[in-house]
Ligand binder design. Structure first.
Ligand SMILES: NC(=O)c1ccc[n+]([C@@H]2O[C@H](COP(=O)([O-])OP(=O)(O)OC[C@H]3O[C@@H](n4cnc5c(N)ncnc54)[C@H](OP(=O)(O)O)[C@@H]3O)[C@@H](O)[C@H]2O)c1
Length: 302
């Protein structure tokens, strides 16, 4: 049994809390900004009701054994407010987010060796507060090591599919290649079907090639044809599937542009690698759509 706090109970935090619940032996603390009226996770195997204590004030948190952070990357500072008390006794902090900078993002608040970076693949969405729909398996990748193994053990008994890898860096960059190309959905305001257009597919390959070149300079092992693999993956998705960048842009919400494309530009500069397509995506996606345009755009995108 462990006391496990989940900071940020949206789509991923909800799915992770559901998996911890099905593991059947943990005390779960749900840390949110607004009160939760219960948490129900609908999975392909059935509905899980999470029996967790809900806190909305970081000042009332008590020390736990493990913290799982599942906010958006741009909410790291707010998430960190929970860590002072939750991790007061040295609890490891699993960062379950996209991007490749999990440690860098939280190192202002937590010692690097207590941060457990996690790559997650899980088709899940928040339906409304307290209800999460998980459409498929949760696959996570953590680094080999004591904390990576302890993290995986927390989920024993659940349906989480956790790979402990010696080369987490490559896994994170491989996922970033997929996410970097996803900016094209937000730019065109079109779901996955847009990758079926040949010229868009070619652009996506070039965008991923920039990301992969930077990733290799950062030590990641990535296939030469990773760009084409990514495009083939998008073409295999249902044509109307909407990624989170597109969903966020259409809803007028903040996007994880910096963690997905900005990082390619920033680290590209560090290594002297040109990343013009990712730079263009970052620049254009920072230009807000006109006020009131969002609802209209939903129909355009379908
Ligand atoms: N969804 C997916 O299918 C998926 C798949 C793979 C990876 N990811 C990655 O997983 C991460 C989480 O994404 P998500 O889709 O789960 O996002 P999400 O549904 O927006 O959930 C994030 C949650 O964090 C909460 N939050 C923000 N600041 C907080 C704070 N200071 N204290 C407590 N809670 C706070 C938000 O609260 P409010 O409700 O108040 O806004 C929201 O409930 C991202 O990096 C994303 O790219 C997502």
């Amino acid at each position: 049994m462990a006391r496990v706090a989940v900071v940020g109970v949206g789509a991923i935090g909800g799915a992770v809390a559901g998996l911890l619940q099905t593991a059947g032996r943990h005390e779960i603390v749900l840390c949110t900004r607004r009160p939760l009226q219960g948490l129900t996770v609908t999975t392909p195997e059935g509905v899980v009701r999470v029996e967790g204590r809900n806190l909305t004030d970081p000042a009332l948190a008590e020390a736990v054994d493990w913290v799982m952070v599942a906010t958006k990357t741009y909410d790291a500072k707010g998430a960190a407010e929970w860590l002072r008390r939750l991790a007061a006794n040295g609890a490891p902090v699993a960062v379950i987010q996209n991007g490749v900078e999990h440690r860098e993002r939280f190192s202002p608040w937590v010692e690097q060796d207590r941060i457990v970076p996690v790559v997650i693949d899980c088709p899940v969405e928040r339906q409304r507060d307290g209800a999460v729909l998980q459409r498929g398996a949760a696959r996570m990748k953590v680094e080999e090591g004591r904390l990576g193994r302890e993290f995986a053990e927390l989920f024993t008994g659940s349906r989480a599919d956790i790979e402990i890898t010696e080369d987490w860096n490559s896994a994170a960059w491989r996922k970033l290649c997929v996410n970097a190309a996803g900016a094209l959905n937000a730019l065109t305001l079109k779901p996955a079907g847009v990758f079926g257009i040949d010229a868009v597919g070619r652009l996506a390959v070039e965008m991923v090639d920039e990301c992969a070149a930077v990733g290799r300079a950062e030590g990641a092992q990535l296939a030469e044809d990773v760009g084409q693999q990514v495009v083939n993956g998008y073409r295999a998705h249902p044509k109307d599937s909407v990624n989170s960048m597109l969903a966020d842009r259409m809803a007028g919400r903040q996007m994880e542009i910096d963690a997905r494309n900005g990082v390619v530009v920033r680290l590209g500069e560090k290594h002297g690698i040109a990343t013009p397509l990712n730079r263009m995506a970052v620049t254009l996606l920072r230009v807000p759509l006109p006020p009131g345009a969002y609802e209209e755009r939903v129909n355009v995108a379908r």
